[in-house]
Design a protein around this ligand. Structure first.
Ligand code: ZN
Length: 481
């Protein structure tokens, strides 16, 4: 099995894996590739070509608007995540999640509207009283009644939202743009008068009329809103559309720009990255991406993507080794598994199998890894008990077992492992048995290189002796990564 199975602690003993650590150092990443000195359009410092980042995944020289190295995370597991079909967070769970996100280092934690229910209001107040470093936001409809309840909970800011697409204006709230603008001004001025942050967001922004959108964003920017929000509520946008809209908006408002992206077509991480490139400053996430339908930009996936662009910046902002714990906490709370292919914490995220990959990884992990597992408190593994294995990977296991074999002998033993793995996958214990029996045979003089039949006899003799009443119990046949 692959090592990072869901819900367990770090693997102690793997069935078919060789943990590989500290094999060689990787090239040091670019110290910074941040372009903007501050959020927003101004405050850029120019970069000379000689200072260009070495990291090929970093933003390019020409990305003068990019905030890929200058962003904030608005973590919405306790708001958007509550809209996930399986979610029901009691107060204790909400507090555990809020504390974990705070310890991870997210800049903002967004909570369900206190107007939603009496329990939601009381939980919001309780989380505000925890004294977390992350700012606490709550998410409300653009309505004075909701705004009054929200400011009384003690939050650091209020995220106001209203549907602006023709679909929502016709089939949801039934209000026209004049009414939306008038109410938005009233609510924003009220929240500002209480001395806390306020964001105004449209809903279903990508299916809203661009002229209407830019007009209302300009209006709220003029009256001093902290952020405007763009929301791909139905998950229909592609990266180019996101870039175009955010880039256009960046030219129209001077406040910060938040983006909220649903993942219906699997674009949420790419769209978030693109939004930052176009000048967005705040990204909404949830742990494992949980939310309405298939949810939004996942925290872990976004962190992986932004780490690839600028590892040092992301490491300086967040306690990355907590990611796995937070994902397991939320996965358990909503009774789902961490997906096998999840970035960073997927159970095979740092497992290398093919012989060619294993050889290169053993020489230098950066050959096949863009993320360093040790930066996330994780371990890389080389899977060796299969037909695709290579002698270099087997050699690393021989060294771990402190067996003395020449390269020629290791190649000979590897041939036997491949032969056996053609019949069934070999567990780590099976591989170790092959290597130990081979080693004993060589040292006793019973075996020489190329004597496959003699090796078979030695293996059968070992199995018979192990099958005695004092011997080992049968092992399950594990699947190999
Ligand atoms: Zn949403």
């Amino acid at each position: 099995m692959c090592p990072h199975a869901n819900g367990d602690s770090l693997p102690v003993e793997q069935q078919d894996m060789v943990p590989v650590n500290g094999l060689s150092s990787r090239p040091s990443p670019a110290k910074t590739n941040g372009i903007n000195g501050t959020n927003g359009v101004n405050g850029h410092s120019s970069r000379s070509r000689s200072e260009a980042p070495k990291n090929p995944y970093a933003p390019r020289y020409a990305d003068f608007l990019s905030n890929v190295s200058n962003f904030n995370i608005i973590e919405s597991t306790l708001r958007e995540g509550e809209q996930f079909a399986n979610a029901f967070f009691d107060r204790e769970t909400k507090i555990k999640i809020a504390k974990a996100l705070d310890a991870f280092g997210v800049e903002y934690i967004e909570l369900t509207s206190p107007a939603a229910s009496e329990q939601s209001r009381a939980d919001c107040e309780a989380i505000c009283k925890l004294g977390l470093k992350s700012k606490i936001l709550t998410h409300i409809r653009c309505h004075m009644d909701d705004a009054r309840i929200a400011v009384e909970t003690g939050v650091d800011g209020v995220d106001v939202v209203i549907g602006t697409s023709s679909f929502l204006r016709e089939f949801s709230h039934g209000k026209d743009m004049a009414y939306i603008t008038k109410t938005a001004i009233e609510v924003i001025e009220y929240v500002k008068s209480k001395g806390i942050e306020v964001r105004f967001s449209s809903e279903d922004s990508f299916r809203s009329d661009l002229v209407d959108l830019l007009s209302i964003y300009q209006t709220v920017d003029k009256i001093g809103v902290n952020r405007v929000g763009v929301a791909d509520t139905v998950g229909c946008a592609n990266p180019r559309q996101v870039y175009d809209l955010v880039r256009t908006l960046r030219g129209v408002v001077s406040c910060d720009i938040e983006i909220h992206l649903h993942n219906d077509t699997g674009m949420a991480i790419a769209n978030a990255y693109t939004a930052l490139e176009a000048g967005a400053t705040h990204i909404d996430t949830s742990v494992l991406g949980i939310g309405e339908r298939v949810g939004i930009t996942p925290l872990g996936g976004l962190v992986a993507c932004l780490y690839a662009a600028n590892p040092e910046y992301v490491k300086s902002k967040y306690n990355l080794s907590m990611l796995r714990e937070i994902e397991n906490l939320v996965a358990s709370a909503v009774e789902v598994n961490v997906p096998f292919n999840n970035p960073i914490t997927g159970y095979c995220a740092f497992t290398h199998k093919a012989g060619i990959h294993a050889k290169a990884i053993l020489n230098n992990p950066s050959t096949y890894e863009i993320l360093k597992p040790e930066d996330f408190g994780l371990t890389r593994y080389v899977s060796i008990g299969h037909r695709l294995t290579g002698w270099n990977a087997v050699k690393s296991r021989v060294e771990q077992l402190q067996l003395e074999l020449t390269d020629e002998q290791i190649k000979d033993a590897t041939a036997k492992i491949k032969e056996l793995a053609d019949v069934r996958p070999q567990s780590m214990e099976d591989v170790d048995t092959v290597l130990r029996v081979y080693h004993t045979g060589i040292k006793s003089g019973e075996l020489v290189v190329g004597e496959s039949k003699i090796f078979d006899k030695l293996l059968s003799r070992h199995r018979e002796s192990s099958a005695s009443p004092m011997g080992r119990t049968p092992q399950p046949v594990d699947a190999v990564a």
